[in-house]
Design a protein around this ligand. Structure first.
Ligand code: FNR
Length: 189
């Protein structure tokens, strides 16, 4: 069985991020054949085309880490019915310079946790629009809108509720299938 390298974004910069907790759960519940590395976004300056001729170290490192990934996973909060600025900034960096879009044909999946009932649904729609423009190959089903409950999600990624664990396990299994399908048709160069 092939092993795929998944770079994952946590869209929150919060030291107590529930989306980071969710990312730990997803990694624990992922099937064999997926390896994970975080794609850090917290130290990136704000993107400007002025940098295109010479990317700063943090942004070059982000593009290199994405290039070293077979797929990307976005685990993000919803901020004011969209994605956090830090995540959008990271995507803008990775999508440039023009002609060197890191997401081109990249298998991708989106998921997010919120303390609110709709579980980042609106942010995910916004993110999907961005990723569509970036020509990422998104997994469109299953969708995953996680209403975060502290009694369900442990800090280290343990999931107390078996129904939630089964849902997240199935989500990650589908992501592996999706990655395999995309890379069969469009191998990473
Ligand atoms: C939020 N929150 C929020 N929740 C939501 O469901 N929809 C929203 O539009 C917003 N908007 C929003 C804006 C800002 C600036 C903040 C700080 C928060 C609440 C949000 O779901 C909650 O803070 C989560 O804990 C954020 O995820 P992390 O940062 O803990 O991963």
């Amino acid at each position: 069985m092939a092993t795929y390298k998944v770079g994952y974004f946590v869209g929150s910069l919060s030291s107590t991020s529930i989306n980071r907790v969710l990312s730990r759960a997803l990694i624990q519940l992922a099937p064999a054949g997926l390896e994970f590395h975080e794609l850090p976004i917290g130290n990136l300056p704000l993107y400007s085309p002025d940098y295109d001729a010479s990317y700063p170290e943090e942004a070059a490192a982000l593009k290199a880490a994405i290039a070293d990934s077979d797929a990307v996973l976005f685990v993000t909060p919803e901020y004011n019915r969209s994605i956090p600025g830090a995540l959008k900034n990271a995507i803008d960096w990775a999508s440039r310079p023009w002609g060197q879009n890191s997401f081109d044909h990249m298998p991708a999946a989106v998921i997010g946790a919120s303390i609110g009932q709709i579980g980042t649904a609106v942010a995910q729609q916004s993110l999907r629009g961005v990723l569509s423009f970036c020509n990422a190959r998104q997994m469109t089903a299953p969708e995953a809108y996680i209403h975060f409950k502290p009694e369900v999600f442990g800090e280290s990624g343990e999931v107390a509720d078996e129904e939630t664990a089964a849902f997240l396990r199935a989500y990650m299994e589908e992501f592996r299938v999706h990655i395999e399908r995309v890379l069969t048709v469009i191998p990473r160069s």
